[in-house]
Design a protein around this ligand. Sequence first.
Ligand code: HEM
Length: 514
Amino acid sequence: MSFLRHNSERKSSQMANIFLLPILFLVIFLLLAAFKRPKRLQHRPIPSPPTWPIIGNLHQLGELQHQSLWNLSKKYGPVMLLKLGKVPTVILSSSETARQALRDNDLNCCSRPPLAGARELSYNNKDMSFSPYNDYWKELRKLCARELFSAKQIHSFQPIKDEEIKKVIAQISESASLKNPVNLTKTFLALTVSVVCKAAFGVSFEGTVLSNDRFNKLVRDAFETLGSFSATDFIPHVGWIIDQFTGLQKMREKSVRDLDAFYEQLFDLHKEGDRQGREDFVDMLLRFEKEGTVVGTDNLTRNHIKAILMNILLGGIDTSAITMTWAMAELARNPRVMKKLQTEIRSQIKNKERISFDDTDQLKYLKMVIKETWRLHPPTPLLLPREVTSEFEIGGYTIPVKTRLHVNVWAIGRDPDTWKDPEMFVPERFMDNNIDAKGQNFELLSFGSGRRICPGMYMGTTLVEFGLASLLYHFDWELPEGMVVEDVDMEEAPGLTVSKKSELLLVPVKYLDQ
Ligand code: HEM
């Protein structure tokens, strides 16, 4: 009996096991599923406007993309996902989301996406600006920071700046005596072209085959090539057919050919033995080539040098000239600020004939005026595009690998949560804080931040400070006859860099106290 009972007990416990086991599995399964669920919740979709087939959200981008994106971000928030053709693109429009990307997750998103125009102009990504994040880029950046963009190197340009500004002041003096307006857009472009070209390429173009006009066209065409909408970049496999059809591909090829011829002429002008004096960027790069310098795994060749020169041409000239033009336009609209700035400059410079680096370094209000100009008119309003290489989170949203990323610096500069009266030009807002544009303050990102921050920041800033201080020291500036402050047009021109659409004309009046 006991056996029987024992046997039946064993049987019933076996039966219980048979029923319990699936329940146990079910419980484990449910528990696992429950643990996984929060993770799935984190993948909540990034706010995104509705898309159209094939083009996605491309139709929502106007000519001035940063402005279209700013308007969209007011509805969809500071982390917004667009589908540009086939490419998922995240737009960040607040200082907090920019900080999370460029500081906390810089390593996960500091690569560049492959872009057709950039690839061709950079001899297949041999440059710094458009190269993906890899050992070649890391070593090239180190080499350029040490040799081309060091403070010592930039200070060695001072005699070039002095010589070029002297010419500019003489020309403006002539206009002043005739009471003629001066085209400041052209003046600032000519100043930056001559300083950057003499410093970097050792040539002034005057009296050579490379006339200033031809040179300006070369740069303009290259910018157009990079700034134009390229279907190849957004619609894989078939986009190239559209680029052939629209003529963009032909334009690209011509631009690459013309620039190549320009670099070859530069190399000819730098033939050994032909030149004396200070070593410019071309001399230096040719010396590295001769010494067999290895960058990453690549031996530095002529094509690498050409790609680096392209970055200087396109990164170094336009941005500084644009800044000076916007600054003078804002000063023309704000006579109180212009007067206050001139008082500072004139009391600092007094009767000196030349403005030195030490002088500009003391001009605190000038620095505030330039920061305020960059807040409202960052020359590169969307920075350069980045590509995500490892998944990460911003504001609780997961940004997947291969997403393209833009930071809308222009929108951040006008964010009412950060800036009081954001549309007003008030340099004094920088008086009682340490906000600068050096990449640590995410509300002012005119040079970007993180690993990809502009390496020419010091060169650009010192040139802008010097150019503005010189013109404001030597001349008062008035609006052309019949014009009032409200007539100064602040419309923007579309492009990779955003300049003032109409040229800025102001009448110089010689400052007699010097
Ligand atoms: C006012 C002057 C300038 C402004 C506002 C400016 C702005 C910028 C911005 C916004 C970027 C992109 C940063 C990013 O993607 O996060 C950049 C990158 C770059 N800039 Fe500048 N820039 C200026 C002057 C210069 C000068 C004078 C040079 C050289 C002569 C230069 C060379 C470059 C290069 C090579 C890069 C690419 C860096 C990389 O991707 O590693 N820039 N600049």
